[in-house]
Ligand binder design. Structure first.
Ligand SMILES: Nc1ncnc2c1ncn2[C@@H]1O[C@H](COP(=O)(O)OP(=O)(O)O)[C@@H](O)[C@H]1O
Ligand SMILES: [Mg+2]
Length: 292
């Protein structure tokens, strides 16, 4: 694989600002991600990490700034249009349909890619053909992630670690150029974490993916990321190679006092979003990803 530093810029974010009433969730955030890179975003709870993904995928409209994917402006486009351009994501809390089996969950991910939705102007035979191709691709992804034994099992029946892997598959079903992973290993034990990270590495290589990984645990990021951006209270406080960011005094300070036993208060008017995943078997939060 060619070293990411020599490849072209895929994503360029400039001066991104997002407000919720008086709360500034993102303030002048700027960064670039090159093709093939594993780019990590770290920061304490409530820093603005998930909000950044919501801007990149069109769920939130920033107050200011620019997001370009291979030169195309994403700000102002619908989530569906952005998905069609090849941006896929997983959610911090599971975004699966419990009563649907694994393959059908992947098909939902795939349909986000189909031009104008499944029913738009396709002839019956054309529709059947594209459905068949989509289903074939979903079975390939199931094989890639070693999910073949449970492909017809309802997602709601699966243990938490497997559900996270299925959600990865659902994002891959879009055949993305850019894959956004929001705390993919939250709630996993070290063994499950290592297992899932192994799959992430394998698919990145196999599919030549560019990945942005949100992760709360700095130690994990040090092992997997090519470059790291640290944010706190919506502002970039450090960017560079993992070891540079780890040594950055502002990053060290942001992480002091925000460990699991000492919740740091946010600035007035903020309410940090808890990063704890839902317990296995709890109903997933409603996802907004299939809105037109
Ligand atoms: N839909 C929303 N409405 C209002 N405030 C929000 C919303 N989503 C996030 N926020 C606020 O934006 C800030 C950043 O939150 P978030 O992006 O979820 O942080 P992180 O993912 O880094 O934990 C927090 O202060 C949070 O309360
Ligand atoms: Mg978050």
């Amino acid at each position: 694989m060619i070293a990411p530093a020599t490849r072209e810029v895929l994503l360029q974010v400039e001066d991104l600002t997002l407000r919720f009433g008086g709360v500034v969730a993102l303030s002048d955030v700027a960064f670039e991600v090159r093709r093939g890179e594993m780019f990590a975003v770290i920061g304490p709870n409530g820093a603005g990490k998930s909000s950044l993904f919501n801007c990149l995928t069109g769920l939130f409209r920033p107050a200011a700034g620019s997001i370009r994917l291979a030169g195309q402006q994403l700000v102002g486009r619908t989530p569906h249009a952005i998905a069609g351009l090849g941006v896929a994501r997983t959610f911090q809390n599971l975004g699966l349909f419990d009563s649907m089996n694994v393959i059908d969950n992947l098909m939902v991910g795939r349909h986000l890619r189909m031009q104008g939705g499944v029913l738009a102007g396709a002839s019956w035979f054309g529709l059947r053909g594209s459905e068949r191709a989509a289903r074939l691709r979903c079975h390939e992804i199931v094989d890639l992630l070693d999910l073949h034994e449970i492909r017809y099992t309802e997602a709601g029946q699966l243990p938490y670690g497997l559900r996270k892997r299925v959600e990865l598959g659902k994002a891959l079903a879009l055949d993305p150029a850019l894959l956004l992973l929001d705390e993919p290993v939250a709630g996993m034990n070290p063994e499950e974490t290592e297992h899932l990270i192994g799959y992430v590495h394998a698919i990145q290589e196999e599919l030549d993916l560019t990945i942005i990984l949100i992760e709360h645990d700095m130690h994990l990021v040090m092992d997997v990321a090519d470059r790291v951006m640290a944010i706190d209270f919506g502002q970039v406080i450090g960017m560079g190679l993992p070891e540079e960011v780890q040594r950055n005094p502002r990053v060290v300070e942001a992480y002091l006092g925000v460990g699991p036993t000492a919740a740091a208060p946010g600035p007035p008017g903020t309410s940090p979003v808890p990063d704890a995943p839902l317990a296995a078997g709890a109903p997933p939060v409603a996802t907004t990803e299939i809105r037109p």
